[in-house]
Design a protein around this ligand. Sequence first.
Ligand SMILES: Cc1ncc(COP(=O)(O)O)c(C=O)c1O
Length: 398
Amino acid sequence: MVIKISGDIGVSPVHNLINERVQKIQISKIREFSTMAAKYKDVISLTIGQPDFNTPAHVKTAGQLAIEENHTTYPPTAGYPDLRKAACNFVAEKYDQHYDFETETLVTNGATEAIYIALRTILDEKSEVILPVPIYSGYEPVIHLCGATPVYVDTRNTDFKLTASALKQAITDKTRCVILATPMNPTGVTLSSEELEAIRDVLVDKDIFVVSDEVYSELLYDGKHASIAQKSGMKDKTVVINGLSKSHAMTGWRVGFTFAPSWITEQMIKVNQYAITAVSSISQYAAIEALTNGMDDSIAMRDEYHRRRDYVYDRLQAMNLDVVRPNGAFYFFPSIAKYGKTSLQFALDLLENARVAVVPGDAFSEFGEGYVRLSYAYSMDKLEAGLDRFEAYLRKIQ
Ligand SMILES: Cc1ncc(COP(=O)(O)O)c(C=O)c1O
């Protein structure tokens, strides 16, 4: 039987035939809110988690050259060997993470698809996945698509960090995976080497995978990036995710990576094959350039984010907001609970009355209720003007 669905599936008599898990997941509230904010005039938006820098010129040229030189045919599913080699070399030099480019890495369509294939490969219906919350909205819908169950660990009273003791309490016989991210979205918090060591001590003798999202690893303001995969006994069960969206201002090119033992990688390649075949050949050529001649492209951007981080932190403190000082990425996650509004009411009111857009905290799980996320991937002028309006608004509703 061929079923033709036309128009609005919500009113079609066959709409119930859509996969139940797909029906249940939602479009990211971050996107939803930014799209809505864009409809207002004269709005200063501090919503987007996307670098406000251009892709470095030499990287763009490499992409143009790839087209000129007809590198426009199907690439290998795992990605071009030269790119895998460059990616492995990059993480080895920068973070002392060592992977074999032939068997332990995979080029993905951004970190987003890396998350998708990692979870698709690891999870089934019986799995529980531990999520430290509030958390980036890109994991939970995929967990639901796999039919698995998210188990939340509330980090609000531990400066948004997953602690070893909280993790221990959340583990059951069904725990298949722990999601770790450092630096984190939406809080900008990072896990130190010592904190990761304590988490390692809980996990090392358990049959539990770790998906370690390190897409902001180049944007760290104090100290060095640390990864759970570097801890003794952990590399063998960890999928490290990284990518070029944030480090090289390449969100539109869609290049990400997984780094994992060969026996996980060879399974993930199959999922990659049927999801996307391979990442765009043109983007891959640009990525080779980014990871070879542009190893340090992120430094100037990071320094500028650092300056903005300090500025925004001072401003939020002066507004008497309860906020954790972030050490990475480009977000602040202040509490707005004392104003007696939900995150959504607060963000809508701020938008309508002060023409500033921020993301309601519940976009990052229900544990983000009572907070809002501000991005500082915006110019200093914009930040200053946006924060002036924000401050005036807070004074009005005090
Ligand atoms: C923690 C985290 N992981 C992954 C992603 C997705 O990145 P990509 O553009 O590489 O798909 C984002 C994007 O904001 C993110 O914040």
